[in-house]
Design a protein around this ligand. Structure first.
Ligand code: SAH
Length: 262
């Protein structure tokens, strides 16, 4: 286990908590600039760690909220940045609705890679609370988010994220700028909720996308027939596989289906 020391605090970096600390100020600066974070905004940072990104955010907005799960790092942040609103706990259990009650949140974070997809789906569920989220994640997941139809990366994550967010792939980050070094490359992505949801029943749409991809190699007909009435869908469409459909085609198809009583 790698020990990381900073300003008299030493921790054994925990893989489970995705503790890979950024050491390059150019990168932290680039992340904050790209996030669009400005003064007077309601900012939330996920996993401040030793504060490398926190420090840069403070340069443009001195008071904001951070959520840190590791008690030792929370204590470090409390001592180093007493003016911040520190929530000691799990981002996945943080009450985003109440944090966003007055102003939508601008989220930033070099996020724990072990929980990247749960974080993304949580942001998706709470998209009404967000201005944007600018996140560093493993490069491979970033590629699955921006994937195009017909590629092996294109799946549930791409369709659900691209349906409800505008997505900017910002830049790739090599493993050398972290301590300890992760064994994957990283990328920074900015997601901004679309002004309006593309479908009325967002939860139903998300269920439909999961069902359509249930077995990737199967046709839409085979994946959907047990859960939906497909009468109004052209038979030609049903011979396709989910991985070939654009998000717009998912919306069109969804509009023609009726869920069967389960
Ligand atoms: N932002 C810092 C640290 C990144 S490492 C930097 O760039 O250097 C990821 C951070 O997220 C660690 O501080 C880790 O303790 C914290 N973390 C891990 N799981 C978390 C969770 N579920 N909720 C909040 N913070 C978490």
């Amino acid at each position: 286990m790698t020990k990381v020391e900073y300003k008299h605090t030493e921790i054994a970096a925990k893989k489970k908590l995705g503790q890979n600390f950024l050491t390059d100020r150019n990168i932290t600066r680039k992340i904050v600039i790209a996030s669009g974070a400005g003064p007077k905004e309601n900012i939330l940072e996920i996993g401040p760690g030793f504060g490398s990104l926190t420090k840069e955010i403070m340069a443009c907005n001195p008071v904001f909220t951070v959520v840190e799960k590791d008690p030792k790092l929370a204590e470090f942040i409390r001592g180093e940045y007493p003016q911040l609103n520190l929530l000691e706990g799990d981002f996945l259990e943080t009450d985003l609705e109440s944090l966003a009650r007055e102003k939508p949140l601008r989220i930033l974070g070099n996020i724990p890679y072990s929980i990247t997809t749960p974080i993304l789906f949580r942001l998706l569920e709470h998209r009404n609370c967000l201005l944007s989220a600018t996140l560093m994640m493993q490069h491979e997941v970033a590629m699955r988010i921006v994937a195009k139809p017909g590629t092996k990366e294109y799946g549930i994550l791409a369709v659900q994220m691209q349906s409800f967010f505008d997505i900017d792939y910002l830049f790739k980050v090599g493993r050398k700028v972290f301590r300890p070094q992760p064994n994957v490359d990283s990328a920074v992505i900015k997601i901004t909720p679309k002004k309006d949801d593309p479908v009325e029943d967002a939860d139903g749409f998300r269920r439909f996308v999961r069902t359509a991809f249930h077995q990737r190699r199967k046709t839409l007909l085979n994946n959907l027939k047990e859960s939906y009435n497909l009468e109004s869908v052209e038979s030609q469409t049903l011979t396709l596989r989910a991985e070939t459909l654009l998000t717009e085609e998912f919306f069109q198809l969804f509009a023609k289906l009726k869920p069967l009583p389960s």
